[in-house]
Design a protein around this ligand. Structure first.
Ligand code: TXA
Ligand code: MG
Length: 324
């Protein structure tokens, strides 16, 4: 397995691997994906094997052109087209009725398919060169933290992938927002890289879906995104926690610039939620690798991207309470 810079030659080789049934990890603006040619069921099966992901958890199809949406989705509501025109390319996934050409292994047998047009230039070029949609989950072991750097993919999936394209650090840092769009309603299935407030300015009222519901989003298990180290969430890290040499610390902000120490990270000194989201997984990866007995993490405000950060943080802490 090679880790290669995103040159034209790399993209050509990666596309050739995908067409031959290979699996390739590539950067997107949210997190790194692990891709296979969407209409090749055997190749898609390799993704599940590499990630140790259960087959009941469906994948997102990544497209490069808005016209590709009609190749995979049927009966697309006008609202979905409007939302797509406004927010694509970008960190938004739409769940729509599927067309029969989409293999069941991609959608876990559901009647719907999740589609996203990433805005990362490397992802776009790869999909274009491959010539068909790319099915891709985040490129981590099932249940573990999402990768925001090529190195995260390498140490989680290593030799089980055919190639890793190194596009540097992901700009958004958390996964796409997932919306299910039906004729009469729009439902949030996963908070993510585009804040709900922004989506509602285009889509009107958005209902909050059962993110742990078995039918709507089989992958949205209550435990997920977990480091090996147990995570404990607190409103504010106090002096006693800070003095505990067995703890790694994840602060939300540090307005006075006083937080230091090898075991501490600050998501955003000024409390900027966009910066906090971009740092979230990479700091969690770093703190996990310190091998402490606990990661103590502060809550962030549940607005804008804070909703998505808290969703990941709460799920990361659930493993401690009985996850795998
Ligand atoms: O930003 C992202 O969305 C990244 C990058 C690589 O694009 N991808 C990503 O994929 O986060 P993944 O597989 O880690 O998460 C996709 C989620 C899963 O939890 C899955 O259950 C849900 O999307 N999903 C996929 N198809 C679905 C469907 N038809 N209905 C409901 N949920 C679906
Ligand atoms: Mg994932």
């Amino acid at each position: 397995m090679a880790i290669l810079p995103p040159t034209d030659e790399t993209i050509r080789r990666a596309a050739a691997l995908l067409k031959a049934g290979g699996i390739v990890s590539f950067p997107t603006e949210t997190v790194y994906g692990l891709g296979a040619a969407a209409f090749n069921a055997g190749a898609v099966a390799r993704i599940f094997e590499a990630k140790k992901r259960p087959f009941f958890d469906p994948l997102i199809l990544h497209i490069a052109e808005i016209t590709q949406l009609d190749d995979v989705a049927a009966g697309i509501p006008e609202a979905a087209r409007r939302i797509a025109r406004r927010f694509w390319p970008g960190p938004l996934t739409l769940v729509l009725r599927k067309k029969p050409v989409v293999p069941d292994i991609v959608t876990a047998g559901l009647g719907t398919v999740a589609v996203r047009m990433p805005r990362h230039e490397v992802a776009r070029r790869l999909i274009e060169t491959c010539g068909c949609p790319i099915a891709a989950p985040s490129a981590n072991r099932f249940g573990s933290m999402s990768p925001t750097e090529a190195a995260h993919v390498e140490y989680q999936l290593g030799n089980s992938v055919d190639m890793i394209i190194d596009g540097g650090r992901c700009e958004v840092g958390i996964e796409s927002t997932i919306l299910k769009v039906e004729e009469k309603s729009v439902t949030l299935l996963r908070p993510g890289g585009i804040p709900l407030e922004e989506l509602e300015s285009e889509a009107g009222h958005i209902g909050i879906g059962q993110s742990t519901g078995a039918v709507e989003a089989p992958g949205q298990l209550p435990y997920h995104y977990s480091p090996a180290t147990p995570v404990r969430i607190v409103e504010m890290i106090g002096e006693r926690d800070a003095d505990d040499s067995g703890a790694a610390l994840l602060y939300f902000r540090d307005r006075r610039g006083v937080i230091s120490g090898a075991n501490a990270r600050v998501l955003s000194a000024t409390g900027d939620l966009r910066e906090a989201a971009a740092n979230f997984f990479s700091m969690l990866h770093e703190l996990d690798r310190l091998g402490k007995s606990v990661i103590i993490a502060e809550t962030v405000p549940e607005r804008d991207l804070g909703l998505a950060i808290m969703d990941r943080l709460v799920k990361a802490s659930k493993k401690t309470e009985g996850g795998p």
